[in-house]
Design a protein around this ligand. Structure first.
Ligand SMILES: Nc1ncnc2c1ncn2[C@@H]1O[C@H](COP(=O)(O)OP(=O)(O)OP(=O)(O)O)[C@@H](O)[C@H]1O
Ligand SMILES: [Mg+2]
Length: 171
C-alpha cells in the first residue's frame, strides 16, 4: 500500500463535499444566511459552469480571520462538538470554502462594518490567500468562482471533473 499524496486526498475529499453547481450555490447561500444577510445577489455565467458570483450584505469576515477563512476545519460557528447540540447556523464543519477552493478558482471580497474599505482576496488550491487588493464593493462578502480546473492533475482530476459535469447536466 502507498499513502496518497496530500493534493490527491484533498481533491477526493473535496469532491465529496462539492458535487455540483447547485451544491456550490447551497453552500454559499447558507454562508450568506449564517452571516445575517438580508440581501443576496447571485450571478451565473453559462448556468454556473463558467462563473458563479454570490454577493451578500451580511457581516463580512473580520480581517483577523481572513487568512483562515478557506482553510479546512476552521469555522466561526462552533468551537467543539458539544456546540452541535445548540446549532443555530446552517454551516458548522469549516469544510465548504476550502473544498470549493480545491475545485475552482476562488476570489473572496469582504468588508465588515468597522473596515474602511473592502478587500478582494484570491485563494489557491489549499484555501490560502495568494494575493489581495482593495475593492470598491460595500459591506458583506462576495464570492467569485470559476469552476473547474486543476486539469494538470489529469487522470484523477478527470474522474472528479466528469462526475461534476455529469451532476451538472442532470441538474
Ligand atoms: N458570506 C459570508 N459572510 C461572512 N462570513 C463568511 C461567509 N462565508 C463564510 N464565512 C466565514 O468563513 C468561515 C468558513 O466558511 P465555510 O462555509 O467553509 O465553513 P462553515 O460555514 O463554518 O461550515 P460548513 O463547511 O458546514 O459550511 C465561516 O465559518 C464564516 O466565519
Ligand atoms: Mg458554510
Amino acid at each position: 500500500m502507498k499513502q496518497l499524496p496530500a493534493d490527491t486526498v484533498r481533491l477526493l475529499s473535496s469532491s465529496q463535499v462539492i458535487t455540483s453547481v447547485v451544491n456550490v450555490m447551497k453552500e454559499l447561500l447558507e454562508n450568506s444566511l449564517d452571516a445575517g444577510a438580508s440581501s443576496i445577489d447571485v450571478k451565473l455565467d453559462n448556468y454556473g459552469l463558467d462563473r458563479i458570483e454570490v454577493r451578500d450584505n451580511g457581516q463580512g469576515i473580520k480581517a483577523a480571520d481572513t487568512s483562515v477563512m478557506a482553510v479546512r476545519h476552521y469555522t466561526s460557528k462552533i468551537s467543539s462538538h458539544e456546540d452541535l447540540e445548540h446549532l443555530e447556523t446552517y454551516g458548522f464543519r469549516g469544510e465548504a470554502l476550502g473544498s470549493i477552493c480545491a475545485v475552482a478558482e476562488v476570489a473572496v471580497t469582504t468588508k465588515t462594518v468597522t473596515d474602511d474599505v473592502s478587500i478582494q482576496y484570491t485563494l489557491n488550491f489549499t484555501g490560502e490567500i495568494v494575493s489581495q487588493k482593495p475593492s470598491h464593493l460595500g459591506q458583506g462578502k462576495t464570492h467569485s468562482l470559476a469552476p473547474i480546473l486543476y486539469l494538470q492533475l489529469c487522470y484523477l482530476a478527470c474522474v472528479v471533473f466528469h462526475s461534476f459535469f455529469r451532476n451538472c447536466l442532470q441538474e
